[in-house]
Design a protein. Structure first.
Length: 337
């Protein structure tokens, strides 16, 4: 296959996207495919310059806003169709996280070009990326979600619903960027201010104590459940991308609970009209009740990310997983909804 990896961009998850793109490129080349790299922010990246994209790896914090703002001036977006590597590709692998790469904007542009791309289509991407809208859909199809409200909200109203402690986060963001756990009502305002740095819409969600669990979907099947044990109370950006800050492993669960998680993940994937692959995140409380936190349409794709770990638990290597994701995109063709 001729694969163009579209990565980077200017969202707060730029470094995470680059890490995914570089490792996917290596994996697909190992399988014998022709791979070219395109940074959504800067354009085509010659093979000899790929290693310079992320020399220090993913840091403990997102890139500074001023760095991202400088990159935005060179954003491809509407010029994607003029990039030969993309037009000539048999499939575009979207190693993008956050912003226009995950909210349906890039997907819509690629639909116009007519090149198959990995992951979900433009409408599903937009829906799942908006946590507020996605929760309404999931609740309507019977997937239990934590209670939530949207800012503006004061401490008195939050005390009624969703209650304290609560999690405050941007509604359209990923990798736990801008996320806070608020126990003291007096800290609510500061948490909303922080989340507002990353999005104009801020979600205030009930905190569910318990086990952090995630289910990867590949095609139409659920992969083994993965459990996350983070050093912090929440699985935040630092825990996700700093070595040693979290343990992630196949979950040891009663069969009935594992089955319920997989069924709920498949229901969420289908209700949001996701395609190709996704990752659905949950919390399970002490009573065994499960709550869906969110759906990820373009989850992390480094060899040590959660979906690859789930695939490995199912007997699939990282290069095989990357190739399988490309073949799922090819099977759907070049025009998706």
């Amino acid at each position: 296959m001729r694969v163009a990896i579209l990565t980077g961009g200017t969202s707060s998850e730029r470094d995470v996207a680059l890490a995914s793109g570089l490792q996917v490129a290596a994996a697909l080349r190992e399988r014998g495919h022709g791979v070219s790299m395109v940074d959504l922010a800067t354009g085509y990246v010659p093979a000899e310059r790929e290693a310079a994209l992320l020399p220090g790896g993913v840091g403990r914090e997102p890139p500074p806003p001023e760095q991202l703002q400088a990159l935005q001036r060179g954003m491809l977006t509407a010029g994607l169709g003029e990039v030969p590597a993309l037009r000539q590709a048999e499939v575009v692998f979207l190693a993008l996280h956050g912003g226009p790469g995950e909210n349906g904007t890039v997907q819509a542009l690629l639909d116009v070009i007519g090149v198959p791309y990995t992951g979900s289509g433009r409408l599903a991407s937009a829906l799942a990326f908006d946590k507020d809208l996605a929760k309404h859909v999931l609740r309507d199809v019977g997937v239990r979600v934590p209670d939530w409200t949207m800012a503006p909200a004061d401490a008195a109203s939050v005390a009624v619903l969703p209650g304290f402690p609560c999690v405050v986060k941007p509604s359209n963001e990923g990798s736990s960027v801008g996320l806070s756990l608020v126990r003291d009502p007096g800290n609510l305002g500061a948490a909303i201010t922080l989340a507002s740095r990353y999005d104009t819409e801020v979600m205030i969600e009930a905190y569910v104590p318990g086990r952090e669990l995630t289910v990867g979907i590949l095609g139409e099947r659920a992969l083994p459940v993965i459990e996350i044990v983070a050093k912090h109370e929440l699985f935040d950006y630092e825990c996700k991308y700093t070595p040693g800050m979290a343990e992630e492993f196949p979950a040891e669960l009663p069969a009935a609970l594992a089955d319920r998680l997989c069924e709920a993940a498949l229901t969420a994937h289908r209700a949001l009209k996701l395609g190709g692959y996704s990752r659905i995140d949950f919390r399970a409380d002490a009573n065994g009740d499960i709550f869906c936190l969110e759906a990820n349409t373009l989850p992390g794709m480094t060899a040590n990310s959660l979906i690859p770990k789930a695939a490995r638990a199912a007997g699939m290597s990282f290069p095989e997983l990357c190739e399988s994701i490309c073949r799922l995109a090819l099977a759907r063709g070049g025009t998706k909804q």
